[in-house]
Design a protein around this ligand. Sequence first.
Ligand SMILES: Nc1ncnc2c1ncn2[C@@H]1O[C@H](COP(=O)(O)OP(=O)(O)OP(=O)(O)O)[C@@H](O)[C@H]1O
Ligand SMILES: [Mg+2]
Length: 444
Amino acid sequence: MRILLADDDTALRRVLEFKLKKNGFDVTAVADGEEALAQVKVGAFDLLLADIRMPRLTGIELLEKVRTLEPSLKVILMTAYATVPQAVEAVKMGAFDYLTKPFEDEQLLMTIDQALKFKRLEDENQRLKTELGLRSGLNEIIGDSEPVRELKEIITQVAPTDATVLITGESGSGKELVARAIHALSPRSTAQMVAVNCAALPRDLLESELFGHVKGAFTGAAKDKRGKFEIAGGGTLMLDEISELAFDLQAKLLRVIQERIVSPVGSESNREVDVRIIAATNLNLKKRVSEGKFREDLYYRLNVIPIHVPSLRKRSSDIPLLVSHFLSRLAPRTEVRLDAELMSILAKHRWPGNVRELENLIERMVVLRRGDTLTKADLPHDFSIESEKADVQQAVTFHEAEKSLILNALERSNGNRTKAAELLAIPRHVLLYRLKKYGIVAED
Ligand SMILES: Nc1ncnc2c1ncn2[C@@H]1O[C@H](COP(=O)(O)OP(=O)(O)OP(=O)(O)O)[C@@H](O)[C@H]1O
Ligand SMILES: [Mg+2]
């Protein structure tokens, strides 16, 4: 356990340092608050033991800085009798406890012990939360095709950082889902993710939506309003359809990203903001730059970590999984399923509206179904069925689709082959043949 000790009283500091080291702690001792702060910035300490009255930076000021810099660091303040009210105040501000000088060794060690126990609990809590977020965030993204695995991999990598992310992908491909997963897996998940659609509001409204405004800034501004940058404070701000941001607002956004401050509309003052930015677009932003519609400098600021969400037609092997996911959500506790012909039609469809289109289609078919097995006849009239060209690429995709369809049915039937065959609406011997063909081991 690493303890940072700060006291300007040299004699006391030496004694304390000696005692703490004797008790097995790793101690760094400094003589004032400034030095302590410098140490906090570079070293990973578990506990800070600081005197309240120190030159340059007092223990209270140090506490304030440490709270934002290293919130998990436990702080115990030491005080002479005269500064006890201040110490009480410090505990309210987030110090773990205080010790009144002179104190017994036993009292010192007990307080330290409590602080460290508390810290371990907090750390454990944080770890569990992250793990939970890891599961909840990624599990929402259905699919185990190679492109989706890669997507999940990069999400896991970038989530813990504060780096700005630019998500590209066709409409309905899951950009918002990806943004939510990144937020859920990040240390910012305790605060909220706020999403703003830059295409949904006229320029002036969007400006005050993003940056806020003060009372009287324009007709109708009856009171101060906080912008999304402030509301998302401590969390994540998703700027959706960023390509649609008006040119002059792009300049304003650039400033916010560079200087980390916003000034609400009609206000001269600046406010600090602490958000992680995730931008998303279904257009080629680089092309917008070359057309002169998007600022190049902003583009580079946003495109720190580019993430591309693959279109559904590039991962049609995920379709069976997605279908069963939507079925269990849209028709829970029912036996609704798709026959093999319909599934293969879906696997070949081009899906211009991507996962959203698939989700809407399943919903529509579930609502209007005539029986529990959906077939080609349940497709809406305007659904265009792709011709049966036996393209090699499609053949491969079809087998993958068939295999995951079977695996899925087995999972839903808890490995019962007869039941799985029923779910798939195929004879049992056909299923057994397929199991052998794909090398799937399953016993009733
Ligand atoms: N891999 C996936 N697994 C499960 N559901 C998904 C997946 N991808 C997308 N969806 C669902 O599809 C719908 C569309 O996803 P989302 O809103 O994230 O797409 P988008 O790329 O932001 O679309 P747009 O470009 O229109 O804003 C949502 O209901 C989402 O839950
Ligand atoms: Mg979206």
